[in-house]
Design a protein around this ligand. Structure first.
Ligand code: RNT
Ligand code: ZN
Length: 419
């Protein structure tokens, strides 16, 4: 049993232990409290959305599993999201794809969407003290094919340009409504299975499309462009590669989205933060967990996540880096998957905030490399978990593993009944 008395006692000891290294646990918790994660709506329903023409998931991404209880309606997505937020500390953001509009059963094509279709989301978010983020959706549509914004066919390209322009307009209205800029993410799957005769051609088309899309300036939304290594069925060539968007972002001062599953598997995403921040205004993250490919496994507390979190803190970049989640697992309870990944991300950030970075820097500057490595090793087993428990307790959310029972209850009462 986790008793309040034990949590408090463990915290007092941890506080002292960290104070020995000059680390203030209270300050670390204050900082963690201010970090709003952008929660991806699509973990609730396997990226299905609410268009009347329900197309299967395309664009080279895949959700595996068929666990019962997928959210099927807007009300179910909202109920699940609120369940999730009741099990995690802090106030967060909610990220919608364009296919999640409140279309009231009407057939609204992607080049027809408007802020009105997202009005009820804005009100819902306000009621629950959440802010919204947004994503254009160029996959799972008859006009998706292998090329959207990079399509040489003017009518298809025009369709997706119109869609993306509207997504920026919707994001602007969201940002205005919530008095907090809406992060609008643009990811397209464009690419090909085999190497094209011209790699250049499609990138030139994409550059033109982006220039056209971004022509209009907005004050209440921010543009993010997400690169990728490859998608399923599009293995040989991705138009919007990292080099492409890094170049575009640096030149046009757009925010590059780093999805942790979108790089070669041995590449460090943490290592990219400091470079990007020198040349682009901000960074958007899509925290995911690739296993052998961009498999979008549930995020867990692993070395990559810890390294990334430490980098955000060491670069003093928490104000400039937006942390969104992006994974989808339908093999286990979806709400459980959601909560595991969110709590893991917060735990990683807390560990980073508890690091005595000044001490590490002193060792480094003195050339004391044994000492630097030794301290890094010792930090791994400092009692950060006692601080995490305290953080959960103060936030009035389940401490430790006790959220498992809450999710089991929700499954028994709600999600298992969705048949
Ligand atoms: C795909 C990208 C993209 C999507 C979401 C659904 O590989 O990561 O961000 O996962 O937009
Ligand atoms: Zn992503």
């Amino acid at each position: 049993m986790i008793t309040e008395r034990n949590i408090l006692a463990a915290y007092e000891l941890a506080k002292e232990r960290y104070a020995n290294w000059g680390v203030d646990t209270e300050k670390a918790m204050e900082k963690l409290q201010r970090i709003a994660l952008s929660l991806h709506c699509w973990q609730t329903d396997d990226v299905a959305g609410f268009e009347s023409r329900n197309c299967s998931l395309t664009g080279g991404i895949q959700v595996t599993g068929n666990y019962p209880g997928r959210a099927r309606t807007i009300d179910e997505v909202r109920a699940d999201a609120l369940k999730v937020t009741s099990l995690i500390p802090g106030k967060h953001r909610f990220s919608l794809h364009a296919t999640y509009g409140d279309f009231e059963g009407k057939n609204v094509d992607r080049d027809q969407i408007e802020p009105e279709h997202f009005r009820s989301w804005m009100e819902w978010a306000k009621e629950h003290e959440m802010k919204l983020d947004f994503n254009s959706t160029s996959f799972s549509h008859p006009k998706s094919g292998n090329l959207t914004l990079a399509n040489p066919d003017d009518s298809i390209r025009g369709f997706w340009i119109e869609h993306t322009k509207r997504c920026r307009w919707i994001s602007e209205e969201m940002g205005k409504f919530q008095e907090s800029p809406c992060m609008m993410n643009l990811w397209i799957h464009d690419g090909s299975k085999e190497v094209p005769a011209s790699r250049l051609k499609y990138r030139q088309i994409l550059e033109n499309s982006l220039d056209e899309i971004f022509k209009r300036r907005y004050e209440n939304m921010k543009d993010c462009i997400e690169a990728k290594l490859f998608g399923i069925g599009l293995e040989s060539y991705t138009v919007g590669s990292y080099d492409f968007y890094l170049g575009y972002g640096a030149k046009k001062q757009k925010i590059v989205t780093l999805d942790t599953g979108h790089f070669h598997l041995t590449e460090s995403i943490a290592d990219k933060i400091s470079s990007l921040l020198l040349f682009t205004p901000e960074i958007m993250l899509h925290v995911s967990r690739p296993i052998r490919w961009d498999s979008d496994h549930v995020v867990i507390l692993n070395d990559e996540l810890l390294d990334l979190s430490r980098e955000l803190v060491r670069c003093d970049a928490l104000e400039r880096v937006h942390i969104g989640l992006d994974y989808f697992d339908a093999t286990i309870n979806r709400i459980g998957a959601y909560v595991i990944g969110i709590r893991a991300t917060q735990k990683a950030l807390l560990q980073a905030l508890l690091e005595p970075t000044d001490r590490l820097l002193i060792y480094e500057n003195n050339g004391q490399f044994f000492q630097r490595l030794a301290l890094q090793e010792e930090l791994k087993s400092l009692p950060w978990n006692a601080v995490w428990d305290m953080f959960c307790l103060r936030n009035g959310v389940p401490v430790g593993e006790s959220y498992i029972a809450d999710i089991e209850k929700y499954e028994a009462e709600v999600t298992s009944k969705r048949v």
